[in-house]
Design a protein around this ligand. Structure first.
Ligand SMILES: *[C@@H]1O[C@H](CO)[C@@H](O)[C@H](O)[C@H]1NC(C)=O
Ligand SMILES: *[C@@H]1O[C@H](CO)[C@@H](O)[C@H](O)[C@H]1NC(C)=O
Ligand SMILES: *[C@@H]1O[C@H](CO)[C@@H](O)[C@H](O)[C@H]1NC(C)=O
Ligand SMILES: *[C@@H]1O[C@H](CO)[C@@H](O)[C@H](O)[C@H]1NC(C)=O
Ligand SMILES: *[C@@H]1O[C@H](CO)[C@@H](O)[C@H](O)[C@H]1NC(C)=O
Ligand SMILES: *[C@@H]1O[C@H](CO)[C@@H](O)[C@H](O)[C@H]1NC(C)=O
Ligand SMILES: [Fe+2]
Length: 491
């Protein structure tokens, strides 16, 4: 037994070397960029009939929730009704274990017009002073249209509270989108969704068909009515169309998706922060001004100083356009934000930078594999593995010309999860050779799950739609930069 184990690493290394020196080198090449490439045919939108309005007079629909305050004791409940009346605005809620004590809250109601479309009545009710880590039931509607949902509040922010986030982006409403959401929901582990932007893709339709926002709200309700989705605005939320006199950016998005921006001192719903369990989450806007002296820049500078890693060890930043990505689609669209914000991300030891936009999956940073462990499972894993280090490019300035990213132990891990499955199809044109900052990239639809275990360790998996949900196409441990600043290449 013992001698077998001792030999295992050598056999594996020899095996992989042998394969790597075969003349055409195909196995080593496949190791860097996953060979799973899918049809580039844009997936078709599901028909509106797949999402009928719920039954009953003035039934509440498109129900979704998000965090409603800074620390997780508030929830914003949002829904749409065809008409406005007293009943339509009321949400009743109670602790699941205490159904006799029913509380009530009243929504604020909004409508908007877009070209010749007029929205239904969009309700947002913020409820406060909930108990942490507690299941609540809530009820909307009246008479034969009553609908009941539930959610569980996050645990009180603290260093060693485990919490699991799903990560999705660029979802749209195609059959592929449905597969992504279905897989995420089948996973059951996710307690809240970090959504990295590009929601309905209404703007891909003639006159930015706003009815697509309604069908998207109905489509995502299965998940978003039961767990908080943390929203980031993408380019498809801009919805500007001068040719039909629609000049106001983010009109539909801002009316339909409210976020608790004021509680983090932000002046805009497009950038804000929350604390949820062990994580301090900062949401940024790739499509709002962010250079020096702008509101977003000033807010972020102050916000990063407020982060308390003793309370929330994990610091996560979300935006739509990735800062590090090696796909030819949208290449370097996040570069201007990288130039301005990357030095702060390194200085403040941000753990993860999440983005979407590119319709594929990509991850930077892989720890070194322990060959003893790997070979006891499968030597084949070595062939699909590549070690990459944390890097930054903050030394670059225009005069020194030092434009190649260099190893930097304080740098975050970068994830692009723009692979929700929208109508535009996959971005399957990667830059060759694969840059040193890219550990894994694949043009397939899917979603990711981040399981924060404690203040030092988080386990991360990415799931492609073609696999059974239990299969992780990509997985790795992430080590907290503040509490466990180990060099992955020496672990
Ligand atoms: C892609 O679309 C074309 C044209 O609609 C069709 O002929 C082809 O079979 C499709 N390919 C796949 C793999 O679905
Ligand atoms: C809006 O205009 C389009 C194009 O003229 C038309 O097809 C559609 O029926 C109109 N919708 C409404 C609600 O009037
Ligand atoms: C969407 O996926 C669910 C399973 O997750 C399935 O029941 C439903 O029929 C799908 N909807 C459409 C329109 O394909
Ligand atoms: C690799 O894993 C084995 C088995 O768990 C352990 O004994 C060994 O110390 C590890 N090696 C390194 C370098 O961490
Ligand atoms: C640019 O970088 C070089 C070397 O890294 C440094 O000496 C120089 O002062 C920098 N230029 C400016 C304007 O900061
Ligand atoms: C944190 O979690 C990791 C992974 O589960 C575990 O190995 C480690 O011992 C934990 N640390 C503490 C302090 O519990
Ligand atoms: Fe996008």
């Amino acid at each position: 037994m013992a001698s077998n184990n001792n030999l295992a690493p050598y056999i594996c290394i020899i095996l992989s070397i042998l394969i790597c020196i075969t003349p055409n080198n195909i196995f080593c090449h496949a190791a860097k960029t996953s060979g799973y490439t899918r049809s580039t045919n844009a997936s078709a939108d599901m028909p509106a009939e797949a999402f009928p309005a719920p039954p009953g007079f003035n039934a509440p629909e498109q129900v979704h929730i998000t965090q409603g305050d800074c620390g997780g004791r508030g929830v914003i409940i949002s829904w749409v009704t065809p008409y406005k009346n007293d009943y339509a605005s009321i949400v009743r809620y109670w602790k699941a274990c205490d159904p006799k004590h029913v509380f009530k809250a009243r929504s604020r109601v909004y409508t908007y017009s877009y070209y010749n479309y007029t929205s239904g009545f969009i309700h947002h009710a913020t409820i406060h002073k909930l108990e942490h880590d507690t299941k609540y039931i809530y009820e909307l509607g009246h008479g034969d249209s009553i609908r009941q949902f539930s959610f569980t509040t996050p645990p009180k922010p603290g260093p060693n509270v485990p919490y699991t986030f799903g990560i999705m982006g660029d979802l749209g409403q195609t059959y592929a989108s449905n597969s992504t959401l279905g897989h995420y929901m089948a996973n059951k582990k996710g307690q809240a969704v970090l959504f990295v932007g590009d929601l309905s893709y209404a703007d891909n339709w003639p006159l930015h068909d706003q009815r697509k926002w309604d069908t998207w709200g109905r489509f995502t309700e299965n998940s978003a009515a039961y767990q908080a989705w943390i929203w980031t605005a993408g380019n498809h939320e801009l919805d500007v169309a001068p040719e039909i006199n629609e000049y106001v950016p983010f009109k539909a998005y801002k009316h339909r998706y409210h976020v608790p921006y004021k509680s983090s001192g932000s002046t805009s719903p497009l950038w804000y922060s929350i604390k949820r369990g062990p994580a301090h989450i900062i949401v940024l806007s790739s499509y709002s001004a962010f250079t020096k002296y702008t509101a977003q820049y000033n807010w972020l500078e102050a916000e990063l100083k407020k982060v308390n890693r003793h309370e929330t060890p994990w610091l996560i930043v979300m935006m739509h356009a990735p800062l590090y990505n090696s796909d030819n689609y949208h290449y370097m669209e996040g570069e201007s934000m990288r130039v301005i914000f990357e030095p702060w991300f390194v200085q403040h030891k941000v753990d993860l930078v999440l983005a979407g936009h590119v319709h594929a999956y990509e991850r930077s940073v892989s720890p070194r594999l322990n060959y003893t462990i790997v070979c006891s499972i499968s030597c084949a894993k070595l062939l699909s593995y590549r070690q990459t280090e944390r890097i930054s490019n903050i030394q670059y300035n225009i005069t020194n010309g030092q434009c190649t990213p260099i190893k930097d132990q304080n740098a975050p891990v970068y994830l692009t999860v723009g692979d929700g499955g929208n109508i535009e199809g996959l971005a399957n044109n990667f830059i060759e050779p694969q840059p040193s900052y890219s550990a894994y990239r694949e043009a397939s639809f899917g979603h990711a799950v981040l399981e924060i275990k404690n203040q030092t360790h988080a386990f991360y998996t990415w799931h492609r739609n073609q696999d059974h949900e239990a299969v992780a196409a990509d997985s790795t441990w992430f080590y907290n930069r503040f509490w466990f600043p180990k060099d992955e290449s020496s672990l």
